[in-house]
Ligand binder design. Sequence first.
Ligand SMILES: NC(=O)c1ccc[n+]([C@@H]2O[C@H](COP(=O)([O-])OP(=O)(O)OC[C@H]3O[C@@H](n4cnc5c(N)ncnc54)[C@H](O)[C@@H]3O)[C@@H](O)[C@H]2O)c1
Length: 403
Amino acid sequence: MVNVIGLGYIGLPTALMLSSNGVKIIGTDCNKELVDTLNAGKTTFFEKGLDELFQKALLSGIEFTTEYQKTDVYIVSVPTPYDKFSKKVDASYVISAMQDVIRVAPNGSTIVIESTISPGTINKRIRPVLKDLGRTDINLVHAPERIIPGNMVYELINNNRTIGADDKVVGNRIKNLYAKFCKGEIVVTDIKTAEMTKVVENTFRAVNIAFANELAKICRHDDMNVYEIIRICNMHPRVNILQPGPGVGGHCISVDPWFLVGDYPSLTRVIGESMKTNDSMPEFVLNRIFEIMEEREMKDITRVGLYGLTYKENVDDIRESPTLQLLECQKRHLGIGLKVYDPFITKSVADNQYYNLDEFLDSIDLVVIMVKHDEIIENMGKLRNKVVLDCQNICSFTDVYHI
Ligand SMILES: NC(=O)c1ccc[n+]([C@@H]2O[C@H](COP(=O)([O-])OP(=O)(O)OC[C@H]3O[C@@H](n4cnc5c(N)ncnc54)[C@H](O)[C@@H]3O)[C@@H](O)[C@H]2O)c1
């Protein structure tokens, strides 16, 4: 039996996938409301294929509770934000979950940490907790997760994985557990290497996105078409530039690279500047809105609307959302009034929020495409009589504005 601790965006699909593949699973989360929802037969967020997986897991006998279980394997998938001042990983959720687990964990059991952590966190922060509680009998494993919201179920099955363990026997035992559903290659390595690889993967993405964003700024400054330039450059056999955008959100690319900046401040100049470049994009879009309004002699800010609140297309996750950052930036400049709409967000998360596309479009003259949800691609014709600032390069109108 496996006790999965933390049933959020990562823990829940992992628990369901293991359960659907014949592993006895009890899922534990400290959020009682979340556990009650799952026990009422409902999933807690939207994800393609998740409801079907949930039904399969229910048939396989998965259980959800707020209690930690006595068992031989735990998978911990709790949040790891970064400290906004020091930029270091905030491991407090992992440490607190470990303390709770250790109270019930039998001798010789294995705790797998799936949460993303900076290199050395297990040695510096987790082992001392075990030592203090006299539990050096417990095996620690790090199994970072790579899945992307929007394609989680497919990627859980098909991605390659990394397992970090102190000894190969324990590592291979956990590898066999993941191999129950994972068709990708599973590499077993040491713990610090596994910690570092996960953070490096997200840092690689962040730095490359920052490069595209910087190109967008250069091209804007000197009136060049960044998309055409990237398209031509990418015809070179060894060049593969990503697309610029209105900012980076979510729980991974906008967070994890900061762990390296926090731990190695004098060695991470490229990474630090890249993160600042990506973080500057929402304000850059706000400036573009200002420029376009000047050019078009538009005076009424309440006739401007942001399409999309989530951090990426076709998901309902708004963590570190560029749109929310843009609104925050506007507020800090003592501005108000931008309208906002997202088909996936039905709860109120911003002022002037709309819940219906047509009503939203009727109330504005300038629409800013922040997120390329399928809905806006399918309804592009409705933007014909609008001024469009397309931050995702999805609109083919001739007079569209870009970042
Ligand atoms: N979301 C992603 O796309 C993604 C992708 C790869 C890796 N990760 C990493 O996975 C980890 C989890 O992220 P997430 O997006 O699933 O977070 P989340 O906030 O969606 O879920 C975490 C869950 O843990 C629960 N929790 C917190 N402390 C607990 C405790 N002591 N005991 C029991 N439950 C507890 C919370 O109530 C919450 O439901 C993070 O380290 C993140 O960086 C996330």
